[in-house]
Design a protein around this ligand. Structure first.
Ligand code: OX2
Length: 799
């Protein structure tokens, strides 16, 4: 949009008066933020309305992305950037003596997601709007987002994230569009005399779902999509009866808290209720819109809408859509099924068995009796139809209902026309191993969509310094088409470009060093290698491998106090699921090791270990630009894709990585010289499984370096971990090291040595940095959503 600085200043000052009866000299930061957000909202609302009208009139097919998590972070700068007014607003504020960054920091992170899955959903929201694709998000408006992490005596403590206390300036509550969702009670079918079986209900629990719409503003275009988040409330006509406090409490709980674990299936009733709640509300809203606006016959619905099931949490989309079609719109069963499969598509994000959702039949039957009937009928019909075609074994292995449980991945695959993994290796594993039986039956449904990131947030917003250097080198087209970063390659031997890249990185490191000083009280040297591992704490991600390497370096110094090594700052950021005991023990160990090393005068600052508390999107935006190295060291086959690996690459950090998830594609893109590869391959890991011949204790017994490092956990070397130390030690020895940490240690140390060697050659290092940036274009989520649009959803961008 066009906006002059003068106009902006006028709008902002005026808004401070109308909203808060104050002026720029007296307003507090919260008031300035609210006024600015309100001005910005005013700027995009016309575009939003016009785009809604365009969508209604053109009736073009739209996607609805159902996700139980979104992780947008802060929206202010992203909205300013996408509206094309970020520099104007920054300068306008400067004229008024206001620093944009100081206002932006006021906005709470919108953290209604855990990690990769939720962040991917938000990257997609940005990219869908920015590529002009007509799409909507659908999720839950949790009152409390992901917990805030405090570190107390080295331990993680969780505090509630009450992010809505000062209101949310971006959302629009649409009470008029509220919808009822029903649970429990009894259901039976009655013949209507014309041969139709009509469900009858008794004693259902009613919940009102109120939508809150948040605009997703496209980058310098005219698209504004919608992210719809549902809040649960007591229906108005029940409100005053007040006789059932438990019911009121239960209703509020539905949209109260995000489950703080994304790697473990938690079979609690509340979670199942949350899943049905946003699925039913979302699909009902779609149906209403279809009837009020699209007005096409119901049996054409697949030409107008696509529904995406982001992991299995929204898998109830399949039976709920069937229910709406069959029960409410009288569509015959077979036709309804055909439509459902055409409308639905599904993404799998993990093969970890503990994360796979399976709901007890009884629970589903009690909570969602009609949905249960539909699932049973789906399963019955499918079994009857497929038995003669593919035989009993395949049918049994792929059934929706097995051993008294409803398998949500099976439901999602069977009820949709597309199942995709999130990186090549992961999608291959789905086809060849984990979902192989399904692949035999439905080969055409399987495909890969390698993840991507919203590059505008992760470079233009998070790393303005680097962005400017890139502009000055190759021009600005990369801001619209990330593939143009490839133009940088022509400058890989250009000393001046390399120096500028280096200077930008140094600035970013200094900024992070200041933050570390402020938050952790630790002084770090910006000349040191900033070696970063930020992600959820999970055994398979192997933060422990990183820790063992740090201990090795520490002991090397203790053995040889004059050791010549490039100073390193090891930076960690990680939340552990509150119930994940082992992960919390690792956090404690990292903090104690940090204390031990940082305070040992003999180390002479050659190693610093920093655990930054409360890792979230905003902190990532400061840490990642400052990284020299990104640690992507999961055991091969366990990390479906990873997305921070792409953010590091885009910011000129080199990857220390296994051949896992999207790391492999990053390796292929940058080439061997610009990536530190180590560790078992997926095939080697599977060979160990097959032959059952991994013996971690042998490694401990036979390798003196490892022996000494592990002993440090139990012999008092590392202080204050008398509980955690033995737990970690045992996991690696007695319990045979589930994620092959000890097996990969030696190769990891080798790769770390070669990293250090390269870092000593500044020019060579910066060249590798440039090569990483230059080849990161493929990892824009603009590319990813375009692939979904073309291959899965069949939707077209606005011209
Ligand atoms: C994560 C995966 O662990 C990660 O590898 C992937 O990059 C991300 O999803 C986005 O696809 N919960 N979070 C994930 O999977 C699940 C389940």
């Amino acid at each position: 949009m066009k906006l002059s600085k003068k106009q902006f200043k006028q709008d902002f000052e005026q808004r401070l008066i109308t909203k808060f009866a104050t002026d720029v000299t007296k307003a507090g930061p919260q008031e300035k933020f609210a006024a600015l957000a309100s001005v910005v909202k005013n700027y995009y609302s016309k575009i939003w309305q016009a785009d809604n009208e365009y969508k209604d009139e053109s009736k073009k097919k739209q996607t609805y992305y159902f996700s139980i998590e979104f992780l947008p972070g802060k929206m202010l700068k992203s909205n300013l950037l996408n509206l094309g007014i970020l520099p104007t607003v920054r300068e306008g504020l400067e004229d008024l003596g206001v620093d944009l960054d100081e206002i932006a920091i006021i906005e709470p992170d919108m953290a209604i997601g855990n990690g990769g899955l939720g962040r991917l959903a938000s990257c997609f929201m940005d990219s869908l709007a920015s590529t002009g694709l007509p799409a909507n998000g659908n999720g839950i408006r949790y009152r409390y987002g992901l917990f805030k992490q405090k570190i107390v005596d080295g331990y993680q403590v969780e505090l509630p994230d009450s992010w809505l206390d000062n209101g949310n300036p971006w959302e629009v509550r649409r009470s008029d569009k509220a919808i009822e969702v029903r649970f429990g009670g009894e259901v039976w079918l009655e013949d209507d005399g014309k041969g139709n079986l009509i469900p009858q209900y008794k004693n259902q629990e009613r919940v009102l779902a109120v939508p809150y719409d948040t605009p997703m503003v496209g980058y310098e275009n005219t698209t504004v999509n919608n992210m719809c988040l549902w809040r649960s409330e007591v229906p108005k006509d029940l409100d005053l009866q007040f006789q059932n406090l438990e019911y009121m409490r239960q209703t509020a709980m539905l949209s109260s808290e995000l489950y703080p674990d994304d790697s473990n299936y938690d079979g609690r009733l509340l979670r199942l209720k949350q899943e049905y709640f946003f699925v039913s509300a979302g699909l009902q809203r779609i149906m209403r819109h279809y009837h009020s606006t699209i007005k096409a016959p119901i049996n054409q619905i697949a030409e107008y809408i696509a529904v995406h099931i982001n992991d299995t949490h929204p898998a109830l989309c399949v039976p709920e859509f069937m229910r709406l079609l069959v029960d409410e719109y009288n569509v015959p069963w077979d036709r309804a099924w055909d439509l459902t499969v055409k409308v639905m598509s599904y993404t799998n994000h993990t093969i970890l068995s503990e994360a796979l959702e399976k709901w007890p039949e009884d629970m589903v039957k009690t909570l969602l009796p009609r949905i249960y009937q539909i699932i049973v009928e789906l399963d019955r019909r499918r079994t009857a139809e497929l038995l003669p075609k593919v035989g009993a074994t395949l049918v049994h292995n792929t059934r929706i209902i097995k051993d008294g449980q409803i398998h949500m991945a099976n439901l999602s695959i069977i009820g949709s026309h597309s199942t995709n993994g999130v990186a090549k290796l992961h999608s291959d594993l789905l086809k060849d191993v984990e979902l192989h039986d399904f692949y035999e039956i439905y080969p055409e449904r399987f495909n890969n969509k390698t993840n991507g990131i919203a590059d505008r947030r992760w470079s233009q917003i998070a790393n303005e310094r680097l962005s400017t250097v890139i502009d000055e080198t190759i021009g600005k087209t990369w801001r619209h088409n990330l593939n143009d970063l490839k133009l940088l390659e022509a400058y890989k031997n250009d000393t001046e470009t390399l120096e500028r890249l280096d200077a930008a990185k140094f600035d970013d490191k200094q900024r992070l060093a200041e933050l570390i000083k402020e938050r952790n009280g630790i002084t770090v040297n910006p000349e040191a290698i900033f070696d970063v591992q930020v992600k959820r704490l999970h055994a398979y991600k192997r933060q422990l491998l990183n820790v063992l390497h740090i201990l090795k370096l520490y002991f090397d110094i203790k053995d040889n106090p004059e050791l010549d090594m490039v100073p390193r700052v090891f930076i960690f950021g990680a939340k552990a699921a509150p119930g994940y005991h082992y992960a919390k023990s690792i956090i404690k160990a990292i903090n104690e090791i940090a204390g031990m090393i940082n305070n040992d005068p003999e180390v002479k600052d050659r190693i610093k270990v920093v655990f930054m508390e409360n890792y979230n999107v905003s902190l990532a935006e400061v840490i990642i630009p400052a990284a020299n190295v990104g640690e992507q060291i999961s055991l091969a086959s366990k990390e479906a894709s990873g997305t921070s690996n792409m953010k590091f690459m885009l910011n000129g950090a080199l990857t220390m990585g296994t051949l896992d998830g999207a790391n492999i594609e990053i390796f292929d893109a940058v080439g061997a010289g610009n990536y530190f590869k180590f560790g078992l391959t997926k095939d080697e890991v599977y060979a160990y499984y097959k032959n059952n011949n991994y013996n971690a204790r042998d490694i401990y017994e036979q390798n003196p370096v490892i022996h000494r490092i592990l002993d440090a956990f139990i012999d008092g070397t590392i202080p204050n971990i008398s509980m955690e130390g033995p737990e970690i030690f045992d996991s690696l020895t007695t319990y045979n090291d589930e994620y092959f940490v000890l097996r990969d240690f030696k190769d990891y140390v080798r790769a770390q040595k070669s990293l250090e060697t390269l870092y000593r050659d500044k020019t060579a290092w910066t060249k590798a940095t440039l090569m990483n940036i230059a080849n990161s274009g493929r990892f824009s989520s603009d590319r990813t959503v375009r692939e979904y649009a073309e291959d899965i959803w069949y939707i077209k961008p606005k011209q």
